[in-house]
Design a binder for this molecule. Structure first.
Ligand code: ZN
Length: 377
C-alpha cells in the first residue's frame, strides 16, 4: 500500500543558511498576504474571488517590481500561493474559517517547498534544499520513500526543524494471532489486559516538574514588567524566560512523541487486534492543567498513531464507545458491580471472589467488548 509518512528532524543551518531561511519565510509570507489582500478586494468588488492560476500569472510581474522576491526559493513562494488558494477552497466548502494574514509575530515561522527533479535529496546526514544547499540535520532514522515536500520551521525557542513528507510503500506485518485491550490513564499512561502497565511519568516526570517551575518564573516576570509599566515585548528578562519555557516544552513534547512512536509500533507489531476506549470517556480528569494538557495531547496522538499504523500494517484497531462501563463489571464472571469512586484501585468481586486491579480489569473488559464487536461485524 502506498502511504504518506512524515519525518521530523532538527536541522542545524549555518548563519548564512539561517539568513536565507528567514528571507524565504518573509517572502512566502509577503506573497501570501499580498494575494490574500487582492483576493479579498476582488471579492468585495465583484462578489467573486481569484484563482490560483490568476494569481500565479501575476507572480512574474511582481518579481520584476520587487526583485528581492527572486532571491529566494521560487517553489516556496509558489507553494505559499497554492496554500492560500487551498485555504480559500476549504473556506468555500465551509471546512475552514477564511484565511487570515500571516503575522511576523507568530511564534512558529515556516515555509514549505516541493521536491521537483531532485532539488531536495538526502546525502548522509545532510539534506540538500533549494537555495540553501546542504543543511546538516540530526538523522535519528533513515528516510524511506519518495520525498514530496518539506517544511522548514523556526520554533520560538530559536531551533530549526524540518518535516519531510514522503510517499512510500508499506507491507502488512506478520500476523501474531494476538489481541489486546488497552485502558488509558493518568498515573499509568496505558494499562494492558495482560497486566502490563506503562508508567506515564517514566520519561518526562523531571522535565515536567522543571517546566512548571520555569512557567511560574515566567508569570512572575510578566507581573514584574506590568508593575513597572514595561510592555512585554520590550521586557528583556520576560522574553528570555519565554524562550527558556518554549525550549523546555519542546523537549518534553519531543520526548513524548518519540516514546509514543516506538510504543505504538511495538503494539501493532505484537498484536493483530487492539481494543481501546474511545477518548471521550476521559471526562473524569482532575489534576492540574499541565498534566492534563500533556496527557490529552499524548492520548489523542497515541490513538491517531495506532489507527494509521493499524491501517498500514493490516491490523485492526477497535474503539469502544464511551457508554461502555469498562470499570463496572467483573472481567472474570461478568457480575455487574456498579460505579466505583476513583479512589478504589483494587476490589474483590462479590460473586466469584476474584481480586481485581481496577485498571487491568477495565482493560480486560475493553478487550472482551472489542472482540465481541469484531466477531459481530
Ligand atoms: Zn466476578
Amino acid at each position: 500500500m502506498l502511504v504518506k509518512k512524515a519525518y521530523k528532524f532538527r536541522i542545524y543551518p549555518t548563519n548564512e543558511q539561517k539568513r536565507q531561511i528567514a528571507k524565504t519565510i518573509g517572502c512566502s509570507r509577503f506573497v501570501f498576504n499580498h494575494f490574500l489582500e487582492k483576493w479579498n478586494d476582488t471579492y468585495k468588488q465583484t462578489g467573486k474571488g481569484l484563482t490560483y492560476n490568476a494569481c500565479s500569472a501575476q507572480l512574474p510581474q511582481l518579481k520584476k517590481e520587487l526583485s528581492w522576491l527572486k532571491e529566494v526559493d521560487s517553489i516556496a513562494v509558489q507553494t505559499s500561493l497554492r496554500n492560500l488558494s487551498d485555504a480559500f477552497s476549504r473556506f468555500f466548502q465551509k471546512q475552514n474559517k477564511a484565511p487570515r494574514f500571516k503575522s511576523k509575530k507568530h511564534p512558529v515561522q515556516s515555509y514549505t517547498t516541493k521536491q521537483i527533479n531532485g532539488n531536495i535529496s538526502i546525502v548522509d546526514n545532510k539534506i540538500k534544499l533549494p537555495k540553501l544547499g546542504f543543511v546538516r540535520f540530526a538523522k535519528s532514522r533513515e528516510v524511506h520513500g519518495r520525498i514530496i515536500n518539506v517544511t522548514i520551521r523556526r520554533n520560538p525557542s530559536g531551533k530549526y526543524f524540518i518535516s519531510i513528507l514522503v510517499e512510500t510503500d508499506v507491507q502488512p506485518l506478520a500476523k501474531t494471532e494476538s489481541a489486546i485491550g488497552i485502558d488509558l490513564g493518568i498515573t499509568d499512561f496505558a494499562i494492558f489486559s495482560d497486566g502490563q502497565k506503562v508508567d506515564n511519568h517514566r520519561f518526562t516526570a523531571n522535565m515536567e516538574k522543571k517546566l512548571k517551575r520555569e512557567q511560574r518564573k515566567l508569570s512572575r516576570r510578566a507581573l514584574h514588567a506590568k508593575n513597572n509599566g514595561i510592555d512585554l515585548l520590550d521586557a528583556k528578562n520576560y522574553q528570555k524566560q519565554k524562550r527558556n519555557v518554549a525550549r523546555l516544552y519542546e523537549k518534553v513534547m519531543n520526548q513524548r512523541a518519540d516514546f509514543l512512536n516506538k510504543f505504538s509500533t511495538a503494539i501493532i507489531k505484537n498484536h493483530d487486534v487492539i481494543c481501546i476506549e474511545d477518548l471521550n470517556t476521559k471526562g473524569m480528569l482532575r489534576n492540574h492543567k499541565l498534566a492534563k494538557s500533556i496527557a490529552d495531547v499524548s492520548w489523542s496522538s497515541f490513538v491517531t498513531k495506532l489507527q494509521y499504523k493499524a491501517d498500514w500494517y493490516g491490523k485492526t484497531l477497535v474503539k469502544i464507545s464511551r457508554g461502555f462501563p469498562s470499570s463496572q463489571r467483573c472481567s472474570t464472571c461478568g457480575h455487574h458491580t456498579g460505579k466505583k469512586s476513583l479512589g478504589v484501585r483494587e476490589w474483590t468481586c462479590p460473586a466469584c471472589h476474584m481480586h481485581h486491579d481496577r485498571d487491568v480489569n477495565a482493560s480486560k473488559n475493553i478487550l472482551a467488548e472489542g472482540l465481541r464487536i469484531v466477531a459481530s461485524a
